[in-house]
Each structure stands twice: as C-alpha cells, then as structure tokens.
Design a protein around this ligand. Sequence first.
Ligand code: A2P
Length: 332
Amino acid sequence: MKKEYHIAVVGATGAVGAELLRVLERRNFPVLNLRALASGRSAGKKVQFRNKPIMVEELGENSFDNVDIAFFSAGGETSRKFVPTARKRGAVVIDNSSVFRMDSDVPLVIPEINGQDVKEHHGLIANPNCTTAVALMAIYPLHRAFGVRRVFAASYQAVSGSGARAIAELKNQVEAAAQDRQSPAQVYPHPIAFNVLPHVDVFLESGYTKEEMKMQNEGCKIMHLPEFRASVTCVRVPVYRAHSVAVSAEFEKKVSVEQAREVLAKAPGLELVDEPPMNRYPMPLNVAGKDNCEVGRVRLDCALENGLAFWVSGDQLLKGAALNAVQIAELL
Ligand code: A2P
C-alpha cells in the first residue's frame, strides 16, 4: 500500500476547492503531489498549498495521468464530462456534484454514518448534498435510538453554497444598500441581501425543488432506509457561510428530550449546544469554519406522535463538502 498519494482537485479555484486544499493541509493528508485544475479562465493562476504556490492547470483529457485520488467540485457538467475520464485513467474519484449520487453502483457516503459503504466503490464515491449532510448528522443518531419515520424540515442556506460568485453578489448588494445604491441580482433571480428566497435549485413538476428532494432520496440511500420520507422547504438566506436546518422528526419509538439530548451529545461529528435560557443554540456564525455540526433547540414536537423538533447548523463547505470528501479519502 502506498504511503503518499497523487491528488487532483478539480475546481481548485472555487469556494469548495479552496476549502479542500485547506482541509488536506490541516488534516495532514499524505499528499505526494497536488494538481490544481480549473477552467481555462484560471490557467496560470496560483493557489497555495503547504505554503507553496501551485500553478492552476486547465482541466483536460490528460489531467489525470498518475493521479490516485481526484476530488471533483466544479459543478455537474464538469463532473459528467470528466469523471469518466478520471476513472479510466485509474484515479479514484470523490465527486461533490449530484450527478452520480443516486447511481446504484456509486456509494454515497457520510463517514460517521455509512463509512463501510466506501468498500463497495468502483472508482467513484459521491459526496452528499450539503443540507442533507448537515441534517443527517443529527437525524441519524436519533434514528439509531428511536427509528426515524419521516421528517419535515426547512433549511436556511448560506450563499457560499452557490459558489464564489454568490458570495460576491451578497457582498456587493450589502455594500450598495449602505450607499443607497442597487447592485443587480445575477446569480440569484432576486436580491439576496436583506431577503430570503424560498428557492434553491430547479423546480420539479411536483412543486418541490431538486434540492428539497435530496434529503429524502439521499437520506434513504445513506441511512439504508428506503422508507424514510422527508418534506423539505429549502431557503437561501443572506448568510455567507454555514447552513442551518429546522427539523421536525417522527419516530417509531417513544422519545424523550433527555434521551435525545444524551444521544446527540455522544454522536460523532456533532456537538449539542442547547441551553435556551442562556441564549445558547447553534448559529451559522458560530459553526463557520468548524468541522463539527451543532444541534440544539431540542424539544418534543407538539404536532407529531413520537416527534422531536430541533435545529442543526453546520459549515456546509466543510461537513457538507470539503471535510466530508477528505474524510472519505482517509477511509480509502
Ligand atoms: P474557474 O475559477 O476557472 O471558473 P464555485 O463553486 O466557487 O463557483 O467554483 C467552481 C469551480 O469550478 C471553480 O474552480 C471553476 O474554475 C471550476 N469550473 C467551472 N467550470 C469549469 C469547467 N468547465 N472546467 C473546469 N473547471 C471548471
């Protein structure tokens, strides 16, 4: 077995790609050589890795020669086109797009939940949707204790989930508003500053968006629970970083807040922050840049039979993307 690996990061100049470089560095991943790949627009730019500049190369057919592990985070179209190339060249791909997530021969993995599924891979492992990942970090341990049936949830999703251009769009609109100017909406269909958009991803015929259905579809696969149901409203909010999800979950077994808190406090990758009288609960500003997700506001759900309501926040660039991807690579 090799001790150090040739790594490629596709989308190295993007919001997730930049985070991937930092996580590989911070977790001391055994990187022998790192290839930073992006579009032709970025070719020749430099990214920093271990205090050294690395030249960004344009992604192409020959980008994966000698690469052991390729992280993809450059959007669905790029994954659709180049993941097969990377696999053919012998790289194991960890893909952050939604393109292959539901394919039956592609493991979809959150290491704290179904790390063992990594063993079934055929050169490609999918990283889950960011909101799904953050919510499941709390839903899954509760499922193990009480058996989850269904959840109702609303997400509060940060703009960094839409990439670097969306971060700039919020910043520009906030600055413009302070000067009584307007800055146009380009990434989103409406202004995102001082607004909330009940619209993440494309609308389906059912009236849900694609993003909203990911919690049910991906949740079933990750938890190995085909009967899991999730009705979700995904909302984009003017927060730079970290997603939050308000969840009401119904369980098979009788639940109590004390037991739930005990389960959540012990769950890997999760911290219980639940002291409402002290104004202590999870918030995006507190989890931004943090590996662990936080859960709080745990209470009996007054509208469900065996139900719990709770609030989860997590850095979606980390647990929802870069950190989870590197944890998968560590399992490999
Ligand atoms: P580039 O910076 O050259 O456009 P974000 O999610 O922050 O918007 O980042 C998307 C990432 O995906 C960027 O690194 C971007 O590179 C990369 N990317 C976008 N389109 C392509 C493409 N067609 N080929 C390769 N990389 C791409």
